[in-house]
Design a binder for this molecule. Structure first.
Ligand code: DPP
Ligand code: ZN
Length: 878
């Protein structure tokens, strides 16, 4: 497979004036007729042929302006059709046949639970018909669907329903017209036996929009939360961004077999059922919050992605980074902004930073790809969102909103680039973002080091700031980034001090400043700084960088207790705990005795007993740093030592603070009806955090073990029940087996709950975890063709159970290699995602890295790798 390069971009030589699609749906033999009007663009050579993408279909007929074409008039290749001699303007009719039933790649048109659905992003439309399947070709679509009325009573596509009637032979028809120009990746079709929950939303200009959520009948009672989330999202987007919905109806369809989370097709979003269906008995607090955020995300794409789309797939972050930023702001406004911010950063630091330091490291705007599906990454999404956030920080909220308005005014209806977005921000605000653009083109996580010097006599504090960025594939040297560094100085009692920056004409005396770090080395000097001030840096995580600083443990403890920036309080707790844990990891490796510093236990106790702070914030501060976060900071990762050190701390804290944990656990006990309010969610988080620590004492401590069993059997919501089951499943005894069996017997008809049951067992600390995972693969609970099941069993074991996956004998690697090889032939996207953990081999000890590399080499030696897997494996071995 050959890479595609950004530098090779050329506009499509033809305009498409309209596209009419007709579908005759049959599971094995679906006939697709497409009629498109093409017009050669001005100044395009008359010799320029018409090139259409297409794959995985049978061409039945082709005609130009009504005249059938013969094999002499076109070339049919693996990747599509080429028509060498076409007039300047013409209508092309293509009839093809496809087999949705056999489509297990879940790209294009396929069946899920017997219902037809589509997934066209990024390049699935070419599996439906021959067409210029690229985002810069936008046109108006009409879609006619014919199918058996009894089996497929619901027939949906994008836009407005313009015709509906019954046909002969028990078939029926619907016709949909989408008045908006759109690229092919936003096309959608759904046909099936579905029920629908309806509601309505009145937009800010007073238009009534019909809202519909379509699900299988058995899920009819699980749509309320998604509907509520949708209405909140629509109102929020009007208030915050001035974006109003533009069609008469907005539809969401939930399907069980889906490669991604959800898809923003114009007016007809198709969702992984995981991000739609919820009621308290089946879904956890996190599920409820994720649904709100994903429903928001896909809805927000209507303006950032659909009305204004990407010129080419290198610009993916234009829509994804921006839309993730928008959904983050939405969730922050609906819930707790600080909690949301901490959760985002936690994921970024442990997963995106890892990606950015590995063989798949790529800029937010990549320069080349073999398979675009491999670039739906944390970097494009989460780091991309951080870039938008930094622009808001640098421009201020008003400047940023002016930029958004200019962007829409200039580009509505167009397919554009990330550069166009930055230019709109620049032009609207007058802020120079020239150097800032490097964030889009340079990969890698910048490292900022700050040395602080205090001169008591002059009352001056100097910050000596240096930045650097490690080499990444294809980019050995980096230019300095433009980094917004938000800071405050806290007095000895924690109050922010007025800031006086030397040689600065701007605003003096503010309590918080954003420094623009632009050079490789830069000094900032503050005057009138009293004795005993502590610097609070990178507040609210103002840039996606790794910050190191000569901060003492006492200063960290001070920030943890007093910083008025909630993110930085959490960050201080993580730096403190992280430092301690890494010391312990080191002692484990050297075979030394482990001791937990009393000051850590005391700081922990103080937080635990704090009744003023938001319990969600406490739970986040008291959670030990993630294994992946610790791993990221080690030169050579030792998963076993990390596990041992974390378990030691967990156990030690539980022993010393048992009574405190019990007190807080009881104080947070479930009362009243289930609600997803920040307060109620926080109580459950803190309660289950306490139970998690206490569980370190069980099952030896029978009182604790009985408490866990009690929560499992009497819990009235999935949050509490699954938390308890997860703790039971760490052990192999009669109680835990009984709990797992009961849970399965109760929920075996509900795939989303079965996924939790699989995930819990894949995450188990049991030493024979892999054996259990392999056993579960052979049961009816599992299905290799369903991406959610694959992710919750194989994915969780390989990415969420580091110590067992990295078993020193290589059994985990061999397991992953076998599964990837099995899945790749029918679902390359999922196979390529699954293989990622093996690519990190250079970071492990010699034994492990040799075994991981060997697994990759065995995959590479296969003759028939998909382009997706080929790209991952070959980059991993480069
Ligand atoms: N559906 C995916 C998302 O919204 C890809 N566009 O992120
Ligand atoms: Zn998206």
């Amino acid at each position: 497979p050959q890479p595609t390069y950004l530098k090779d971009y050329v506009p499509y030589p033809f305009e498409v004036e309209r596209l009419d699609l007709e579908f005759d749906l049959e599971p094995h033999h679906t006939r697709v007729l497409s009629r498109a009007r093409y017009k050669r663009k001005e100044h395009v050579d008359v010799e320029e042929p018409l090139r259409l993408n297409g794959a995985g279909q049978t061409l039945l007929s082709l005609s130009l302006d009504g005249t059938p074409l013969t094999a002499l008039d076109y070339r049919c290749q693996d990747s599509g059709l080429v028509l060498p001699n076409v007039p300047n303007a013409f209508e092309l009719t293509v009839v093809t046949e496809i087999d949705p039933e056999a489509n297990k790649a879940l790209e294009g048109l396929y069946l899920s639970s017997g219902n037809f659905c589509t997934q066209c992003e990024a390049q699935g439309f070419r599996r439906i018909t021959y067409f210029p399947d690229r985002p810069d070709v936008m046109t108006r679509y009409t879609t006619t669907i014919r199918a058996d009325k009894q089996r497929f009573p619901v027939l949906l596509s994008n836009g407005n329903l313009v015709e509906q009637c019954d046909l002969d032979d028990g078939r029926h028809l619907t016709r949909w017209e989408d008045p908006f120009f759109k690229p092919s990746y936003l096309f959608a079709l759904v046909a099936g036996d579905l029920v629908c929950q309806e509601d309505a939303f009145t937009t800010m200009s007073g238009r009534e929009v019909l809202l519909q959520i379509y699900v299988e009948a058995r899920n009819a009672d699980k749509c309320d939360h998604a509907m509520l989330s949708l209405k909140k999202a629509m109102a929020w987007d009007e208030q915050r961004f001035g974006f109003e919905y533009d069609l008469d109806r907005f539809m969401i369809v939930a399907v069980d077999d889906f490669n991604m989370g959800a898809m923003e097709n114009k007016g007809l979003n198709v969702f992984n059922s995981k991000y739609v269906l919820a009621r308290p008995e089946t879904a956890t607090d996190d599920d409820f919050l994720n649904i709100e955020s994903v429903v928001g995300h896909e809805y927000f794409h209507n303006w950032t992605g659909n009305r204004i789309t990407c010129r080419d797939w290198f610009q993916l972050s234009l829509k994804e980074g921006l839309t993730v930023f928008r959904d983050q702001e939405f969730s922050a406004d609906m819930n707790s902004a600080a909690v949301k911010r901490i959760e985002e950063v936690r994921i970024l630091q442990s997963h995106q930073f890892a990606e950015d330091s590995g063989p798949m490291a790529h800029p937010v705007r990549p320069e080349s790809y073999v398979e675009i599906n491999n670039f739906y990454t944390m970097t494009v999404y989460s780091k991309g969102a951080e870039l938008i956030r930094m622009m808001q920080t640098l421009l201020g909220r008003d400047g940023f909103m002016a930029g958004i308005r200019l962007y829409v005014q200039r580009h509505d209806g167009q397919a554009v680039t990330t550069d166009d977005f930055v230019a709109a921000m620049e032009d609207a605000s007058g802020v120079d973002l020239d150097q800032f653009r490097r964030w889009y083109s340079q990969a890698g996580t910048p490292v900022i080091h700050v040395e602080q010097h205090y001169d008591g006599e002059r009352q001056q504090l100097t910050l000596d700031v240096t930045q650097s960025c490690p080499a990444t594939p294809g980019q050995p040297d980096k230019q300095p980034f433009h980094i917004p560094l938000r800071l405050a100085l806290l007095g000895p009692d924690g109050t922010p001090q007025p800031l006086h920056l030397v040689n600065e004409s701007g605003q003096q005396g503010a309590e918080e400043l954003v420094l623009s770090v632009t050079a490789a080395r830069q000094k900032f000097c503050f005057e009138q700084v009293g004795e005993g001030c502590v610097v609070s840096l990178l507040r609210d995580f103002s840039a996606p960088v790794k910050l190191t600083m000569n901060t003492s443990r006492d200063e960290l403890a001070f920030l943890m207790a007093h910083d008025n920036d909630a993110f930085n309080r959490w960050n201080a707790s993580q730096r403190l705990a992280g430092g301690l844990l890494l010391d312990l990891v080191d002692r484990v490796r050297k075979g030394q005795k482990l001791i937990l510093e009393p000051m850590f236990v005391e700081a922990f106790r103080t937080s635990l007993l704090d009744e003023q702070t938001d319990p969600s914030l406490l739970a986040l501060a008291l959670a030990l740093p993630l294994e992946s976060f610790l791993a990221e900071q080690m030169e050579e990762i030792d998963p076993q030592a990390i596990f041992t050190a974390r378990e030691f701390v967990r156990h030690e804290v539980a022993v010393q603070l048992k009574d405190d944990f019990l007190t807080v656990y009881r104080r947070c006990a479930d009362s009243g009806p289930y609600e997803v309010t920040p307060q109620a969610v926080g109580q459950r988080r803190l309660k289950n955090l306490c139970l998690g620590y206490l569980a370190a004492l069980a099952p030896q401590d029978n009182m604790i073990w009985q408490m866990i069993l009690e929560q499992f059997s009497t819990g009235r919501n999935m949050t509490d029940v699954s938390a308890a089951l997860g703790l039971l499943a760490d052990h192999d005894n009669r109680d835990s087996r009984h709990a797992l069996d009961t849970f399965y017997a109760t929920w075996k008809e509900d795939p989303l709950v079965v996924e939790k049951w699989l995930g819990i067992q894949a995450r188990s600390r049991r030493e024979d975890c892999l054996e259990q995972v392999e056993r579960l693969m052979g049961t009816p609970a599992f299905n290799l063709h369903n991406p959610n099941k694959v992710r919750s069993l194989i994915g969780v074991f390989c990415q969420g159970n580091s110590v067992r996956f990295h078993a020193a004998d290589g059994s985990g690697y061999d397991f992953l290699r076998r599964q990837v090889a099995l899945i790749d032939p029918f679902n390359p996207q999922i196979a390529a995602r699954l293989v990622a953990p093996l690519l990190r081999w250079p970071r492990y000890d010699d034994t492990r890295s040799a075994l991981m590399k060997q697994a990759l080499e065995q995959l590479q030696a296969k003759t028939t790798l998909s382009a997706d897997l080929y790209e991952m494996v070959s980059k991993g071995l480069d």
